[in-house]
Write a protein that binds this ligand. Structure first.
Ligand code: ATP
Length: 499
């Protein structure tokens, strides 16, 4: 990337003369850098809500086109981010004087490619195919945490200051069954850091389920107590800082700085898998801090024992304190989160719309929050209430990406396996409870996980009537309400099918 970074004259030349493939690469490199800046300037949530879906279009003279998938998104981005995008692009590439925002046409390619070689898959590929914006920059180092948290930026030389996200407090964290244990442990560590049995605190769970939120919340609580130095950074940032310190021959300072903190928080530790030297450095830092009675808080997507690829001795040590899992959200938790977020934005959203969202966006809270933010913005922009129809229209792209690809046959197979019955019993006429109940579970999951209608589901289950499917769904919903062991079983099946 550094080959392309600093000299914009070099770019002007190379842009004008570049062949399509080179041009594509140059634009991608700049776009990646701009995405990194946008993410930090506007924040992770705002970035994901509005800007993540922008894709690169073509370049004509001094005008660059960026694409958005829906009219609403295009209008919103135009009204809110037009000047920022123009400014960032012209800073990156002096040749670009104007950024045009347009609707994504089917199969966009760089417009400077008038004659595409039909054999050249690179020039044929949509521009956005391989563009993955750089990961979020999460670094907060504060020597003395106060509610206004001072941050020292890292070596990446981004002219940006990050702060603990003021929304990520315990008060704003909605507690439900899936996260109550992690929440309680986090509270405990915030109240009494370095207590035996809670050091390290290891938080783990899937993407966007609140690990970072809880870490920030601990940081805020400790800030209130005052006089405690806290360092928070992503594992990725830890690695970059470590490498930079080696390059600049300041490893000792880096180590000293890290080892002087009272609380060290490292987010997304799975990033260190396969990075042996950084792991080793982290291991030593870890030991030094624990031995000195300092608190360590780590998050990852898996439990220490499942983080294969991390050195055994590190995994063992990580599991020595308190290990707390954040489970996938339940429908109830998603509804509570939506209600809380709508209330804090002072917006009334009908229960129907909330239920629709909680049913459709099940993977993570970040996406749910992003969808809600978009609805709120839409309502504010047009001054209209948020109806179910408006929701479907405004969130069209998000909902589409959430359409599950699991088939009814897969569901039948998985449930049959899990319940120890034959797959053919899913379609048979047998009515014995041992067969009928798993069949009802499979029907319920088919409704949840596919976009099939009730009659279609009925047909797949041995040509049963849609009322039979309806009955199955309501029976299983009832059992889920009443029987938590049963609910867990169904949830487990759902997770297996979705993974
Ligand atoms: N229980 C909750 N209550 C309120 N907001 C939540 C809750 N869980 C997650 N969120 C919100 O969802 C978003 C994503 O959460 P967060 O960044 O903490 O996830 P994460 O588990 O760290 O994800 P990743 O694995 O991507 O790092 C944040 O905006 C956070 O505030």
């Amino acid at each position: 990337m550094s080959d392309f970074t600093e000299d914009s004259n070099e770019f002007s030349l190379s842009l004008k003369d570049a062949d399509p493939v080179t041009l594509k690469s140059i634009l991608e490199i700049h776009w990646e850098r701009i995405c990194g800046r946008l993410k930090i300037e506007v924040g992770e949530v705002e970035y994901r809500t509005w800007l993540q879906q922008i894709t690169l279009g073509g370049i004509e003279e001094d005008e660059l086109t960026l694409y958005l998938p829906t009219r609403f998104l295009r209008d919103w981005v135009r009204s809110q981010y037009n000047s920022k995008l123009n400014q960032l692009w012209s800073n990156e590439l002096s040749q670009i004087r104007r950024v045009e925002l347009a609707l994504t046409p089917p199969g966009n390619t760089i417009s400077q490619t008038p004659v595409a070689d039909p054999n050249d898959t690179l020039t044929q590929a949509p521009l956005n195919a391989n563009i993955s914006p750089p990961p979020a920059q999460k670094t907060i180092i504060s020597q003395s945490l106060t509610p206004t948290i001072e941050v020292k930026e890292d070596d990446s030389k981004l002219p940006l200051q990050t702060q603990l996200d003021p929304r990520f407090t315990f008060d704003n964290f909605i507690v439900g069954k899936p996260n109550e244990f992690a929440y309680a442990c986090s509270r405990r560590v915030a109240e009494r850091p370095s207590s035996p049995g809670f050091n390290p605190l290891f938080l783990y769970g899937g993407v966007g389920l609140g690990k970072t939120h809880l870490m920030h919340a601990i940081g805020f609580e400790l800030a209130k107590a005052g006089n405690i130095s806290v360092s928070y950074m992503s594992a990725e940032k830890f690695m970059y800082r470590f490498i930079a310190s080696i390059r600049s021959q300041s490893t000792i300072e880096f180590k000293e700085e890290l080892r002087s903190v009272d609380v060290l928080m490292i987010d997304d530790l799975q990033f260190l898998i396969g990075k042996d030297n950084t792991q080793e450095e982290f291991f030593h830092t870890f030991n030094a801090l624990i031995d000195a009675g300092r608190q360590i808080i780590v998050s990852a997507d898996k439990s220490p024992s499942d983080l294969s690829g991390l050195e055994d001795r590190l995994r063992t040590r990580l599991g020595c304190g308190m290990v707390a899992d954040i489970h996938a959200t339940t429908y109830e938790l998603r509804i509570s989160i939506l209600e809380a977020k709508a209330a804090s934005a002072n917006v009334v959203i009908s229960p129907k719309v909330m239920e629709f969202l909680a049913h459709k966006i099940t993977t993570n809270v970040r996406e749910l929050e992003g969808a809600l933010n978009r609805l709120i913005a839409h309502a504010n922009l047009f001054g209209r209430p948020i109806t179910l129809e408006a929701t479907q229209e405004v969130l069209h792209d998000i909902l589409k990406s959430h359409e599950r690809r699991v088939t009814i046959e897969e569901i039948q197979r998985k449930v049959a396996e899990h319940c120890n019955i034959r797959q053919t019993d899913m379609t048979s006429a047998r009515r014995a409870r041992a067969v009928a109940r798993p069949r009802q579970i499979a029907m319920y999951l088919a409704k949840q996980l596919t976009s099939r209608s009730l009659p279609e589901i009925g047909r797949k289950f041995g040509n049963r009537d849609h009322t039979t499917v309806m009955h199955a769904i309501s029976r299983i919903s009832e059992l889920i309400e009443k029987d938590s062991a049963f609910a867990e079983d169904v949830e487990l099946l759902r997770r297996m099918l979705e993974s």
